[in-house]
Design a protein around this ligand. Structure first.
Ligand code: KG4
Ligand code: ZN
Length: 356
């Protein structure tokens, strides 16, 4: 059995978790998440400097609580992990420096984790997760990507958003409809009372230089602008904005775009397993649509457990436990943090000479 202490501070959740695995069986012993949503809500989105300061303030208490709840001592873990990229640099630094200081003090190996690998590792806590190569749809506030994941954690990005991430579009449309931050859960709630076919909104695509369109890529900024124009037009004609119908139509279009392109990508690459992770994976319309459309194509779907869709340290710990299978996958204590790093580069975090 391996045990890991993991820290996640890449955006606006301060989280520490203790996790373990015994072969293919992954377990959470504690997963404490201190959300800063209330601190950022009044600004309509995450304020990076404020988030970094909050991590500094909260992390000692979150760490203490996670250790107490798990009844595991730092002395007894096999490694300590933290998210090192991508994310808000000032925020990443707080988690990374804490993890590295603990590694130094307790003589433990350090694993710097790619945040998106963390998200896709949340699936390790679900039943019957795929052991062979699978396709991941990663939909969060910062990323919308289609990633082919191999048995040994070889990761290839097959598609991405060229502008807004799906979660970012939910947040921007939420703000536009006066629903506050974060937009995703608020839109999902009010959309339940609306007609998803009331408004016809665009499914934007990216042109291919060779002609036609890129098949597995995404664009959500045009959809957001279409909602803005719709709201402006309705506000001119009448003062009665049908918020539930707009929210439901927007949510349906986002889900249809994500599901159609993911299934096409899986079929074209002969992948019969799709994994859906990230904050937007908590969306019920997306979850149901993905299961129903995939089954028509004989594709199996694994959805991240709802409580592990948004940022948390347990998923970072799961990524570290998986990496511990490969002895050479340890990070240098000199490894820094980076705001950007493509998922294809995740294994560079375990090189003797760190990439940053
Ligand atoms: O994965 P996450 O916690 O943070 C990033 O790594 O970005 O994702 C946060 C995003 C936000 O944009 C939020 O609006 C969205 O996930 N989200 C949802 C839902 N819950 C969270 N979007 C749609 N439906 C939801 N139920
Ligand atoms: Zn995230």
């Amino acid at each position: 059995m391996h045990k890991v202490l993991a820290i996640e501070t890449s955006c606006d959740e301060t989280s520490v978790s203790l996790v373990s695995n015994s072969g293919d069986n992954y377990k959470i012993h504690s997963n404490i998440i201190a959300s800063q949503i209330d601190d950022h809500a009044k600004w309509g989105g995450v304020v990076p400097e404020l988030a970094a300061r909050k991590h500094l303030e909260l992390l000692p208490f979150v760490l203490e609580k996670a250790l107490n709840e798990s009844k595991i001592k730092v002395e007894d873990v096999d490694a300590i992990a933290s998210t090192v990229a991508p994310g808000l640099v000032g925020c990443l630094r707080v988690g990374s420096v804490t993890a590295r200081a603990l590694c130094y003090l307790y003589s433990k190996p350090f694993l710097g984790i790619h945040h998106l690998e963390g998200h896709l590792s949340s699936i390790l806590f679900s039943e019957n997760y795929p052991k062979k190569t699978f396709l991941t749809l990663l939909v969060s506030g910062g990323h919308t990507e289609l990633i082919k994941v191999g048995e040994k954690r070889e990761m290839y990005r097959l598609g991405k958003s060229f502008d807004d991430a799906a979660g970012e579009a939910f947040d921007k449309v939420g703000r536009l409809l006066g629903l506050g931050y974060p937009g995703g859960p608020a839109i999902e709630k009010i959309a339940k009372k609306g007609d998803p076919y009331k408004f016809d909104l665009p499914k934007c695509r990216i042109s291919d230089k060779e002609g036609g369109f890129l098949k597995y890529d995404f664009s959500f900024s045009g959809l957001k602008t279409a909602v803005l124009r719709l709201v402006e037009k309705i506000n001119l004609d009448t003062c009665n904005l049908p918020v539930p119908d707009i929210a439901a139509s927007f949510e349906r279009v986002v889900a249809e775009v994500l599901v159609d392109r993911t299934i096409k990508c899986a079929r074209d690459h002969n992948l019969d397993n799709i994994v859906v992770v990230g904050g937007v994976a908590a969306n019920d319309t997306l979850r149901k649509m993905m299961i129903s459309e995939a089954s028509k194509n004989s594709i199996k779907v694994n959805l991240a457990p709802i409580n592990l869709c948004t940022d948390n340290a347990a998923m970072i710990g799961a990524a570290a436990l998986f990496r511990l299978k490969f002895k050479e996958h340890q990070s240098s204590l000199k490894l820094g943090v980076s705001g950007r790093l493509s998922i294809d580069q995740a294994t560079s975090l375990y090189k003797e000479n760190p990439p940053f």
